[in-house]
Structure formats: structure tokens, C-alpha cells
Design a protein around this ligand. Structure first.
Ligand code: BDR
Ligand code: CA
Length: 310
């Protein structure tokens, strides 16, 4: 089993990642921390609480974190996720209380409370909270087992600018600090998440679960699809963030390579670009396992089986 903290900006795909984690007995969900990203912080925080309640996981603490990136003005993605961040279905206002701790403090405290090397961080949004935690307590770097994150894109290009993926673009400085931290990283970039598509047939299988969770996830996928089908001309939308949780559960579904990865912070043209040394031409040490291939049918079988448990 893995002890994990999920740092997130829900977002329909974040929400599905939370459900996948909440449903998986191999994962001990120590807490959920929220960050501004897809929508502003009050909404991502409310959405995280709503999703945990939907999953029946009122036992998991939720801590709000950064309302803005380290050095930049916040850029949001309502054009993808809708005004609430979770458009597609109206869910009840959550009653799950918010833990008063700041996300970065929760991360530091939790890492110090557990044995070194026993806690994995799973960031699904801009990396602001993780960078803040590392700034506040540099000693935690040595205590983190691994950071498994969704972000970046190399062969696939960007989705918010030609060069950059959204999470790294929103807070490039935070991404840079995380990739320079010495903590082992697994990176699920667009190269792999763009292969995991919510096709009509897959959405109908999930809807046919007939449960509240199944109906909700299908409604999110219906909404979230609208944007991506038009944009990419693909059969369904990419299910980015659940790749992080799926890798923890079934790493054999993915193929990747250990690489050196650096993040562009200076250039306005390529702000937030992840520069992946796939061919090892830089001679720089590897700092991330970069995923590039996925068994998408296996991924959806896993997701469906887990959602059924909720
Ligand atoms: C990432 O950006 C967000 O819109 C998604 O939730 C995902 O984390 C994809 O670029
Ligand atoms: Ca996200």
C-alpha cells in the first residue's frame, strides 16, 4: 500500500482521480490539499470536499493552499471545466468541514509524522503548494518517497500555449523548484494523457454502473468532452489526472523512461515548457520517470472496476 497526499484543483479529471484513489484499498489517502488552477481556490476547495463526500470519504482531511502562483497572476481554465470547475451535473453543497491548516503546512506536518520515504505526493494541478512546502521545510525533500504528478508534454506539445501544458504554465517557478528538489518524480505528461480518451462507449459503460458515482462521472465526461472533441478532433476527452493514480495502482499499464527534465521559467514564448532530455544528450542527471505510453483499455477497465466499488 501507498500512503498518499493528493494536491489538486478540481476539475472533472481531478475529481475522477480523487474517486479512483478513494475507491482503491492499495492507497491510504492521508489528505487532500487544494490549489488555485482550473478555477480559483474557493471553488477548487469546495469541489474537493464535494467529491470526497460523493465518495463517502468524510474521514479525509481537506486543506486549502495557495490562491495564486508564486510569481505570476493566476490563469484559470473555465473554458475547459466550466464556471464551477465541475460543470456537468449539480451536486449538493458539501458539509465536510475544511481543515484549518494551510496545505503547505499540512504537507510538511504529515511528512514529518510518517516514516521517511513512506509518503507519496500526487499533485494534479499547478505545483504551488508543493513548492511552498519545500521552501518552508527543505528537510521534507528527503522524506518524500516520490512525487507522481500530471504535467508537461514534450513530443505532444502544449495545451495552453504551443509549448506548455496548463499545470506547468500556471506556475512555472513552482514546477522548476519541484524538478530541482532532488525528490524522485514520475511525470504523466500530455504525451500519455492524450491517449486516455473518454470515448462514447467508455462513458456509457460508466453510466451503466447505475450508481450515483457512475451517473456523476458520466455527466462530467459529457461536459468535459465538448471542449476537447472540437479542439483535438479526437474520440473523447483526455483523462489527464487519473493517470497519476493509475500509475500508482498499476505501473505496468505505462511505459516511460528516466530522463532529465527542466522547466522554462524565463522566456515568455515558452513559459512553463517541460524540456525532457529523452535522448540523454545533456549529460545531466535523471530526475524523473517520464511516461509516454499507456494501455488505455487496461486503464479504463481499472477505472470502471474501481468506480463500481463506490
Ligand atoms: C491539466 O490541466 C487541468 O486542466 C487538468 O485538470 C489537468 O490537471 C491538463 O493540462
Ligand atoms: Ca488538474
Amino acid at each position: 500500500t501507498h500512503k498518499i497526499i493528493i494536491d489538486t484543483d478540481p476539475g472533472q479529471d481531478d475529481a475522477i482521480a480523487l474517486l479512483l484513489a478513494a475507491a482503491s484499498p492499495e492507497l491510504e489517502l492521508l489528505g487532500v490539499t487544494t490549489v488555485a488552477g482550473n478555477v480559483p481556490l474557493p471553488l477548487t476547495t469546495r469541489n474537493a470536499r464535494t467529491v470526497l463526500e460523493l465518495a463517502g470519504r468524510r474521514d479525509v482531511p481537506v486543506c486549502a493552499g495557495a490562491a495564486a502562483p508564486l510569481d505570476e497572476a493566476l490563469v484559470t481554465a473555465e473554458h475547459v471545466h466550466g464556471k464551477t470547475g465541475l460543470d456537468g451535473i449539480t451536486l449538493p453543497e458539501p458539509s465536510l468541514p475544511l481543515d484549518p491548516r494551510h496545505a503547505a503546512d499540512f504537507i510538511v506536518q504529515t511528512l514529518r509524522e510518517h516514516a521517511p520515504g513512506s509518503v507519496t505526493l500526487c499533485p494534479l494541478g499547478p505545483l504551488t503548494n508543493i513548492a511552498l512546502a519545500l521552501r518552508r521545510a527543505p528537510d521534507i525533500a528527503a522524506r518524500i518517497q516520490r512525487i507522481v504528478l500530471m504535467g508537461g508534454g514534450f513530443f505532444e506539445g502544449g495545451n495552453i500555449t504551443p509549448a506548455a501544458e496548463f499545470n506547468f504554465y500556471v506556475d512555472p517557478q513552482a514546477a522548476h523548484e519541484v524538478f530541482s528538489s532532488g525528490v524522485p518524480i514520475t511525470m504523466a505528461p500530455l504525451d500519455v494523457t492524450h491517449r486516455v480518451l473518454t470515448t462514447r462507449a467508455r462513458v456509457e459503460v460508466i453510466r451503466a454502473l447505475g450508481t450515483r458515482v457512475g451517473t456523476t462521472v458520466a455527466a462530467w465526461m459529457d461536459f468535459y468532452e465538448r471542449f476537447d472533441i472540437a479542439k483535438y478532433g479526437s474520440d473523447g476527452a483526455p483523462l489527464h489526472d487519473p493517470c497519476v493514480i493509475a500509475w500508482l495502482l498499476r505501473p505496468e499499464l505505462f511505459k516511460g523512461r528516466d530522463c532529465n527534465v527542466r522547466i522554462e521559467v524565463a522566456s515568455p514564448l515558452t513559459r512553463g515548457m517541460s524540456v525532457v532530455d529523452w535522448w540523454q544528450v545533456s549529460g545531466l542527471p535523471t530526475n524523473a520517470l517520464v511516461l509516454r505510453e499507456v494501455d488505455d483499455a487496461g486503464f479504463f477497465a481499472l477505472l470502471t472496476e474501481r468506480l463500481q466499488r463506490l
